[in-house]
Design a binder for this molecule. Structure first.
Ligand SMILES: Nc1ncnc2c1ncn2[C@@H]1O[C@H](COP(=O)(O)OP(=O)(O)O)[C@@H](O)[C@H]1O
Ligand SMILES: [Mg+2]
Length: 594
């Protein structure tokens, strides 16, 4: 339960909602308890009148009748009045406490989203997206059930019990005791039933999410399913899982069916006791017949809340479990801490000093004692086979991870001392696996740019990236929506939009990580020519395993198994006939000759 304490700061934030909510709950119960008392008085009044009539003659009777009806009318109006007041307060208590729970739900979700965005890459590698999504949606909803209904009905029960039981005992302690006797049993049995219900609901929930993910995956992979003509086996598999779901749901329905019989049994028991014990007491003259009616109403008023104790308890339990899962996220801290903003950190040479790095999730040593220097304005190619560590260099430079050993400096200062925003605005990065958001193309390009970048600039960068004409050919041009509900771009088109995005940041350092791999060689050459002029004076790091990209370079770094094996100008590297660079160039020439 202590997990839920985390929510106190939100309750404090909305303390007025909460306090007024409590006040309204108390108000509604105060008027609720007055109603049976009115009814008791009315009944006793009628009873007395009837006794009186016996000795009266007809004229006296009719005048008594008119008094009786007037008094009864007053009683009825009073009851209606109390009921209206009770209803008004109930409306107000929902308006405060349930509204509060919605506000906190919103805050919680917003805070969690913000928190997650501050976490580092490692966190997102370890925690699956689906799991994080479930926490954002389902767990927060469960917590809201605690903040809303559970708190509301919890407070309601306390208020109702206090008022009702106080009134009952002030009428007659013994009768109250007997009348209330079955209620704890009701509460316990409902609690047990709800526990069984919960256990089954959880299983059903899990099965339901399994069904969801099966269908989601099937639809996502629909082309594979169809091309292998596997529709039938998928249908069969799905049907089996659905069957399982059905069995589990029927099981739950059976348990649910116990709920009402239990309840009715215990209320009837209470009512019987009230009538029997109450009857004896009326005979003995300790209470009035009206008290019996009053008690029956009390017992009925208490039944639902007593039943709901079990429900509330399970809501609180579930919320605590969910909050524990949320607290896990809230307590995460990024191992990568940002530095303070520098006002001036120049263009900066990039220096790797004896950098080693292993991926924490797999322990794979991706970089091993890597040292190099890139001067301002240089054009550098990083080449090497796949898995040689090329992309890792870019990730470390952007501080997606921090090196295990050694350090990386820009302008002589450790990059750890820069703020993230500063560092990342310094570098325009096109990651190897490009990602575009479900938004317009122009929004995607403008992502890292100045807020009010002009459309003409966006078009300009698209041109540098060799994609402008293709975008203009689309029906909505730059305003074309891409992604799930929009146009699907080809791999090469995505890469080029991604390059335009990096250029639009107008950063001083540009890193292209295999960003032209899905582009045909002639387009690639065209783009590189554009980039040549656009990137004049900027530092550019081109990561590639293709040598067509390698014109006009100042420097080439060759990586192998995380180590730098060649480092120098293309002219010097070409002399090493055993070298990787030499072989790549040779292969390229051979291809051109064929
Ligand atoms: N996110 C990651 N988690 C774990 N291991 C990784 C990750 N990214 C890369 N690696 C491993 O690190 C090594 C270097 O990868 P990478 O830098 O991507 O190479 P390249 O870009 O040259 O293909 C590879 O062995 C790869 O499997
Ligand atoms: Mg790579």
């Amino acid at each position: 339960m202590k997990e839920l304490l985390y929510l106190n700061k939100y309750l404090l934030k909305y303390k007025w909602h909460f306090l007024f909510g409590i006040l309204f709950v108390v108000g509604s119960n105060y008027f609720g308890v007055l109603i049976p008392q009115e009814i008791r008085e009315a009944l006793d009044f009628v009873n007395n009148e009837i006794q009186k009539y016996k000795g009266l003659d007809p004229t006296q009777k009719s005048s008594e009748y008119s008094i009786l009806s007037r008094v009864l009318m007053t009683f009825s109006l009073t009851v209606v009045g109390f009921a209206l007041l009770k209803g008004f307060f109930m409306f107000m208590m929902r308006q405060t406490i349930i509204v509060m729970s919605r506000l906190i739900e919103y805050d919680l979700r917003k805070d969690l989203f913000h928190k997650l965005l501050t976490l580092d890459t490692k966190f997102f590698k370890i925690n699956k997206t689906g799991d994080i999504m479930a926490r954002m949606s389902e767990d927060i909803s469960k917590v809201r059930m605690y903040l809303g209904p559970a708190l509301l009905y919890g407070i309601n029960i306390v208020a109702l019990f206090t008022f009702t039981i106080y009134t009952m005992f002030s009428v007659n302690a013994e009768l109250s005791f007997y009348a209330l006797l079955p209620l704890p049993f009701l509460s316990i049995s409902i609690f047990l039933v709800s526990k069984m219900i919960n256990k089954r609901s959880t299983v059903i929930q899990a099965q339901l999410s399994k069904l969801t993910s099966i269908s989601q995956e099937t639809y996502s992979g629909i082309r594979v399913v169809k091309s292998y003509a596997k529709e039938d086996s998928f249908v069969k598999y799905f049907a089996e899982e659905c069957d399982d779901y059905k069995e589990k749901s029927l099981d739950l329905a059976r348990i649910n069916a116990y709920f009402f019989p239990f309840m009715i049994f215990f209320i009837s028991l209470s009512t019987l006791i009230v009538i029997y014990v109450g009857g004896l007491k009326v005979e003995a003259g300790t209470i009035s017949p009206g008290n019996i009616a009053e008690f029956i109403i009390y017992v009925n008023m208490l039944t639902w809340p007593v039943t709901s104790i079990g429900w509330i308890a399970s809501l609180v339990q579930q919320a605590a479990a969910s909050q524990e899962r949320l607290n896990y996220l809230f307590n995460q801290t990024s191992e990568i801490k940002e530095g303070n903003p520098h006002t001036n950190f120049g263009n900066g040479d990039i220096v790797f000093e004896n950098v080693s790095f292993s991926y924490p999730e797999t322990g794979i040593k991706a970089l091993d004692d890597v040292s190099f220097r890139i001067k301002v304005g240089e054009r550098v190619a990083v080449i090497g086979r796949t898995a040689s560590g090329k992309s890792t260099i870019a990730e470390l430079l952007l501080r997606m991870y921090d090196p295990d050993q050694g350090r990386i400096t820009i302008n002589g200062e450790d990059i750890k001392s820069f703020s993230f925003e500063e560092l990342r605005s310094l570098v325009g990065y096109v990651p190897q696996d490009v990602f575009l958001f479900s938004d317009t193309i122009s929004q995607n390009i403008a992502l890292g740019a100045n807020q009010n970048i002009e459309a003409s600039r966006i078009a300009q960068y698209a041109q540098y990236a060799g994609i402008r004409d293709e975008i203009n050919d689309l029906d909505d041009g730059f305003e074309t929506k891409i992604g799930e509900r929009g146009v699907t771009l080809s791999g090469g088109q995505k890469q080029r939009v991604s390059i335009a995005r990096a250029l639009a940041t107008e950063s001083k350092i540009i890193i292209l990580d295999d960003s032209l791999s899905a582009v045909d060689p002639s387009t690639e050459q065209k783009i590189l020519n554009y980039l040549d002029s656009e990137l004049e004076g900027k530092t550019s790091i081109i990561i590639t395993h293709r040598v067509t990209t390698l014109d006009n370079l100042d420097k080439v770094l060759v990586l192998e198994d995380g180590k730098i094996v060649e480092n120098g100008s293309p002219d010097s590297l070409i002399k090493d006939e055993d070298g990787y660079y030499f072989k790549m160039v040779q292969q390229l020439n051979a291809r051109y000759e064929n």
